[in-house]
Design a protein around this ligand. Structure first.
Ligand SMILES: Nc1ncnc2c1ncn2[C@@H]1O[C@H](COP(=O)(O)OP(=O)(O)OP(=O)(O)O)[C@@H](O)[C@H]1O
Ligand SMILES: [Mg+2]
Length: 366
């Protein structure tokens, strides 16, 4: 089952104030994917998760899960549908205090009328076993620790064998050893074909997941921005997000011109650009083709001086770029030594290539 959010906006109205927690989220999660959702506190991760589970509704935009439009489902139907299709682990675990741990795990099966009553019990015990809580099956939630309750909540989320598991900080209150065990459980679930969406503050965990989605200030950081700047941490990406300006260029349009002053660098987020070395008399020399996840325009910002090359959108299709101004660019580099180092290396290679081309272009050796 896949998940698709299109232009999801969520505005909360509180005491005369409006606060937009999600600012037009586009997100596709394919069947069988394991996705980590990362971001600073207050960035909108839980709000985003609540859109997927239908626990909250967007102010505008659409959310489909397994082809079903969650925002249009009747509430009575929604609860049953959710119970069968989604395993939800809440950020603040919510076991019912008056039921035993086993009864808590059996509750979704009862509610959705899944499995026979005998099976419910053995299934519940097996699930508790999986999270290392079987020996406490008959205790009340209040008699075990917060981390243990969290493990039971994880077992409960798997009760109806749902195709999608949505977990909001599932390992937040667990020690690192238990957190690792839970993470491995999620990995096994993904291997068995389930889709897992996991919010986490834990960078080490997030790094182990193939795909990380970073939420910054109610927006998702473009994946190609992440690819272009892999050494920026969540804090730096959060600072960068509001200063990135999306720009579009038509096929063949000049984006930067050799010799001009430059005050912006660009990350390619859609399409292809061609880099040329202008030749005073004759045709420009084609130097390179750059694609999504690559940047250009950085040399003039790092080294000073005019643009060293001309960059055009490909003749075939237009391109979409994220532009970064000089000041934000400088701030980013001074905040990340690794990014600076990596970029210096890219610049070194690019300048070498340009001077080689320049030599070739005039038939002279340099
Ligand atoms: N029901 C609500 N009413 C008003 N504002 C809300 C509501 N829920 C969330 N917000 C606001 O929306 C923003 C995003 O909240 P959200 O809970 O999604 O953040 P989060 O990324 O999950 O943070 P954390 O990492 O601390 O769990 C916050 O500024 C929060 O105060
Ligand atoms: Mg949260």
């Amino acid at each position: 089952m896949s998940i698709e959010l299109t232009q999801v906006v969520k505005t909360f109205q509180t005491a005369g104030n409006a606060y937009t927690a999600l600012k037009g989220i586009d997100l596709k999660i394919g069947h069988g994917e394991f996705v980590a959702i990362v971001g600073k506190s207050g960035s909108g991760k839980s709000t985003l998760i609540n859109m997927i589970t239908g626990i909250d509704t967007p102010t505008s935009g659409s959310v489909t899960v397994g082809g079903v439009d969650v925002t249009r489902m009747r509430r009575s139907h929604l609860a049953q549908w959710r119970g069968r299709n989604l395993g939800i682990i809440f950020q603040f675990f919510q076991l019912l205090p008056t039921l035993t741990l086993l009864e808590n795990v059996m509750l979704p099966m009862d509610f959705c009328n899944m499995y026979s009553s005998k099976e419910r019990r053995s299934r519940g015990l097996a699930l508790l076993e999986q999270v290392g809580m079987a020996e406490h099956a008959h205790k009340m939630p209040g008699m075990v620790s917060g981390g243990q309750q969290q493990r039971v909540a994880i077992a409960r989320s798997l009760a109806n064998d749902p195709p999608i598991i949505v977990a909001d900080e599932p390992t937040g209150s667990l020690d690192s050893k238990t957190a690792d065990a839970i993470f491995r459980l999620f990995e096994r679930l993904v291997e068995s074909g389930k889709t897992v969406v996991m919010v986490t503050h834990d960078n080490d965990l997030a790094k182990k997941v193939r795909r990380s989605v970073i939420v910054a200030d109610g927006e998702i950081v473009n994946q190609y921005v992440l690819q272009a700047l892999p050494n920026l941490d969540v804090d730096m990406l959060t600072q960068l997000q509001p200063v990135l300006v999306q720009r579009q260029f038509a096929p063949g349009e000049v984006i930067i011109r050799a010799g001009d002053e430059g005050d912006q660098a660009y990350i390619i987020t859609k399409g292809v650009v061609e880099v040329f070395l202008p030749v005073p008399s004759g045709d420009d020399i084609h130097v390179a083709t750059l694609r999504e996840g690559q940047y250009f325009g950085e040399i003039a910002l790092v080294r000073g001086g005019p643009r060293t090359a001309t960059v055009r959108a490909s003749e075939q299709e237009g391109v979409e770029l994220m532009a970064i101004g000089r000041e934000a660019f400088g701030g980013m580099l001074s905040g990340s030594a690794l990014t600076q180092e990596e970029m210096n290396e890219v610049i070194r290679v690019r300048l070498e290539e340009l001077s080689r081309m320049r030599g070739d272009g005039h038939g002279a050796s340099s």
